[in-house]
Ligand binder design. Structure first.
Ligand code: NAP
Length: 486
């Protein structure tokens, strides 16, 4: 818990709008609790519509001078922000763990991961090249340039409270856009701490605005309809993504959507099973299974499924569950009670339809929202767990007999974010990776996220990519200039 006799150096409880710490036109506050203990950490301002309109105005006013600033200068400011974050890794990580619940080592990794996007896009700002096209007429010259789209509204979830914001804000600012960031209501303090460091780094007023509110409906309606906003960049569930996409059609806003997954994790009969089990644990149980790319379905060749299941269960039973602030903890609590209820419902549904519980399957003795790491075998397509994101620490194992069956099972979903497969065969590597309808494919690894690669989904897992040289392009418009030279 925050020690009020000695304020946390990065704790900010007001919104950050137009370069000022802002309490709202009519100050309202909401209490933020620690999912590990249920204790209130602090109260944060809870903005209303008028306040958000003010944030939009500030971002809109800041846009012309920010876009005109030479790219190298924007890059220096982003680099200064990166440096500030890297000098505050531990206090930022502490805020993440306290409001989100993940183990402190994972929070430290998240802060570094978030910062890596700011560093990467600081560099990319200087490489937003255009084109000179060979003309179609002797007296014409044709240029293509990239212009910033304008004011961007970012809406992000609670599961990576620093990284999800950095993946949007960094490329947007690098491209010359200004931003209004609405953090998830559960995790505003990480976003505000990032804003405090941006302020310290010298980001001009209005370029980045952070607007905590519990009224997501109001925020969504305002941000998708206001004519001063050019683009919505959203990370969250597919259901909300579709709603925002429909709402954006009225003003034809640009959209980036990073939505839900239903990642298959394939283990072929020639896989290195020790490696596959390590990859499975890393992918499935990180952040207590609350990641969009975490393995949701384990598809294992029948001939190795018993060995895989028993090795996985042995590892999973060793995971230490507890308060993420305690060193040595592998899995913290789930974000809230309804998350636990969803996990319980998936496990009960699977068992009622014939799955076997190998370990876990129930709330953890620590109480609250802790859940015991779980492994299920005998899972099939009739079960909820095969079709919906569980977003919890449950590994459901299904079997297959042929490569084609594995591919069919893997692609049997409207999601297309991440997929993983383990094989030692070079030929199978090519066949399987090309057959998987997923934006991100991990071969012989369960960890795939990095700022240097394009992250995003096919099908109903999203629109656009974050990270890599592609990530900044989504915040630009192409402009073609035709010049008559006489
Ligand atoms: P969610 O319910 O879609 O919420 C995401 C954010 O959107 C929250 O801040 C939420 O606020 C807000 N929101 C909800 N309805 C809104 C509306 N009508 N207008 C504006 N904002 C609205 O998702 P979640 O349960 O928090 O997050 C988990 C989901 O995110 C999973 O599906 C996961 O796979 C996905 N995810 C995807 C990626 C990726 O990169 N593809 C990364 C991380 C997570 P409220 O809480 O107030 O509703």
């Amino acid at each position: 818990m925050f020690d009020h006799s000695m304020p946390h150096p990065l704790l900010r409880t007001e919104a950050f709008i137009g370069g000022n710490w802002y309490r709202g036109e009519r100050e309202r506050r909401t209490a933020i609790s620690n999912p590990a203990t249920g204790a209130v950490l602090a109260e944060v301002v809870d903005l209303q519509q008028k306040d958000l309109e003010w944030a939009v105005q500030c971002a809109y006013q800041a846009f012309p001078s920010w876009r005109r600033m030479v790219a190298g200068q924007r890059a220096l400011l982003l680099r200064a922000w990166y440096d500030e974050i890297m000098q505050h890794v531990e206090p930022l990580a502490e805020i993440i763990t306290l409001e989100q619940g993940k183990p402190i080592t994972e929070s430290i990794a998240e802060v570094r991961y978030a910062a890596s996007f700011i560093e990467w896009f600081a560099e990319e700002a200087k490489r937003l090249y255009g084109e000179l096209v060979p003309p179609h007429m002797a007296d014409k010259r044709i240029m293509v340039t990239r212009q910033p789209v304008g004011v961007v509204a970012s809406i992000t979830p609670w599961n990576f409270p620093a990284a999800m914001i950095a993946r949007k804000v960094a490329p947007a600012l690098a491209a010359g856009c200004t931003v209004i960031a609405k953090p998830a209501p559960q995790t505003p303090f990480t976003a505000l701490a990032l804003a405090a460091l941006a302020e310290k780094a010298g980001l001009p007023a209005g370029v980045l605005n952070v607007v905590p509110t519990t009224d997501s409906e109001m925020a969504g309606n305002l941000l998708t309809s206001d004519l001063r906003i050019a683009k919505i960049s959203f990370t969250g569930s597919t259901a909300v993504g579709k709603k925002l996409m429909a709402a954006c059609s009225g003003t034809l806003k640009r959209l980036s959507l990073e939505l839900g997954g239903n990642a298959p994790f394939l283990v072929f009969d020639d896989a290195n099973l020790e490696d596959a089990v390590q990859g499975a644990v890393a992918s499935k149980y990180r952040n207590a299974g609350q990641t969009c790319v975490c393995a949701n379905r384990f598809l294992v060749h029948r001939s190795v499924s018993d060995v895989f299941a028993s090795k996985l269960a042995a590892e999973v039973q060793n995971l230490r569950v507890g308060n993420g602030m305690m060193r040595g903890v592998d899995q913290g609590p789930l974000i809230n009670e309804s998350a636990v209820q969803k996990v319980e419902a998936h496990v009960q549904d699977a068992i009622s339809k014939g799955a076997t519980l190998v370990c876990g399957g129930k709330r953890h003795p620590l109480g609250g929202t802790y859940f015991t790491p779980t492994v299920l075998t005998g899972v099939n397509r009739t079960m909820l767990i095969a079709h919906e994101e569980t977003f919890g620490p449950v590994a459901p194992i299904m079997t297959f007999d042929s490569d084609q069956e594995a591919i069919d099972l893997a692609n049997d979903t409207r999601a297309g974010l991440a997929a993983y497969f383990y094989t030692e065969s070079y030929q199978r590597f090519w066949r399987i990776s090309e057959a998987l309808d997923y934006g991100i494919v991990g071969h012989n690894t369960g960890l795939i996220s990095t700022e240097i690669a394009p992250f995003g989904g096919m099908k109903e897992s999203g629109v656009g990519r974050e990270g890599s040289r592609h990530g900044i392009l989504d915040y630009t418009e192409l402009q073609y200039i035709c010049s008559h030279i006489g």
